[in-house]
Write a protein that binds this ligand. Structure first.
Ligand SMILES: [Zn+2]
Ligand SMILES: [Zn+2]
Length: 334
């Protein structure tokens, strides 16, 4: 195992520290069910994990039946990348790690776009993810595939845990400890509490567009199927693949204390998040695909936001910083 203390200080750790001081003053809850498990959000989440997955399986024979229109496909792709970038640029790089600062309208837009990915309320997502970085692949990591050990059956069980099982864990990440900065922001708190609303909006956009364009119920239904259900299922499984696959396989050119790897074949679908080894080596970096040819659409989007003046203080990687994080063998070979 490699240790690199200089790269381990993540924003999560510093925020966890600052939170210790603020624990005495009770903060309002940012999710409807607080830290209770059987909240309305958990039930919503359960429905939206199982229902889209069944839809995805059903999609295959359906595609041969009455087919899929270009409009359905367009809605699927458009809504997929809207939600995916909401998660990667917003929930992950901005809200969790502070890889860049954003002006208020962009912050709100990112919080809403991320909520439309139906991966749980903003504050819960960020708290879980900061905890993941704090303990990555050690005890305390909410979704490590190595949870049950290193044998093949244990890893298979662990991969399932990292992929979906962890979402139903009784133990919830304490939000006041891991995300006090977000809870203190009244606008973000409100968006986080409105999770069910944004889920509904996200699922209604495709059928409304599909229905209006084709002026038919049939058009609305097929747009709902492809643009809402299939899209959400696909996005969920790609996002969770980062927790499972990218902590089990992939190249590790950079020093990190965990088992995060760079998985090239997930780069486009994950909007650049599958360059996960670099991310764990340098969590606050705005670009994850730092090496030549590594596609990272989220970094491109952040660059556009920066050019438009909506994002600032972006933590772009420098040659020196990248090299300091390389595994020794790789650095010597280069
Ligand atoms: Zn990770
Ligand atoms: Zn992260």
């Amino acid at each position: 195992m490699t240790t690199s203390p200089d790269v381990l200080k993540t924003s999560s750790e510093s925020s966890a520290k600052t939170s210790a001081a603020s624990e005495e003053s009770p903060l309002p809850s940012a999710t409807l069910g607080g830290e209770q498990r059987r909240s309305i959000e958990q039930i919503t989440l359960l429905l939206f994990i199982t229902v889209p997955f069944i839809a995805l399986v059903a999609a295959i024979p359906l595609a041969w039946g009455w087919g899929v229109s270009w409009l359905d496909l367009g809605l699927l792709v458009g809504m997929y990348f809207l939600g995916c970038h909401g998660i990667t640029v917003g929930f992950h790089r901005h809200f969790t790690h502070g890889a860049f600062k954003a002006k208020k309208p962009l912050r709100i837009a990112l919080a809403i776009a991320g909520s439309m990915a139906v991966e749980g309320p903003l504050v819960r997502w960020v708290a879980d993810h900061r905890k993941h970085h704090r303990f990555s692949d050690a005890e305390g990591d909410p979704h490590s595939p190595w949870r049950y050990g290193e044998t093949v059956p244990a890893l298979l069980k662990g991969l399932w845990w990292a992929h979906v099982g962890w979402m139903f864990d009784e133990e919830q990440t304490p939000q006041h400890k891991y995300a006090p900065d977000l809870i203190k922001d009244p606008v973000l708190r409100r968006i986080s509490r409105q999770f069910v609303l944004w889920t509904t909006v996200s699922l209604l956009i495709p059928p409304v567009v599909g229905g209006l364009v084709t002026m038919s119920w049939q058009g609305a239904l097929s747009a709902f199927f492809w643009g809402s259900l299939v899209r959400v299922a696909l996005l969920h499984h790609v996002t969770w693949s980062i927790n499972s696959i990218c902590h089990a396989v992939g190249k590790r050119p950079f020093k990190s204390r965990d088992r995060s790897g760079n998985v090239w074949w997930l780069a486009v679908l994950s909007c650049g998040e599958s360059w996960h080894n670099l991310h764990h080596a340098d969590p606050t970096c705005a670009r994850h695909g730092v090496l030549k040819g590594q596609i990272d659409s989220s970094a491109r989007l952040i660059r556009w936001f920066e050019k438009a003046g909506w994002a600032y203080d972006v933590r772009w990687p420098s040659e020196k910083r990248i090299n300091s994080r390389r595994q020794r063998e790789t650095a010597e070979a280069a």
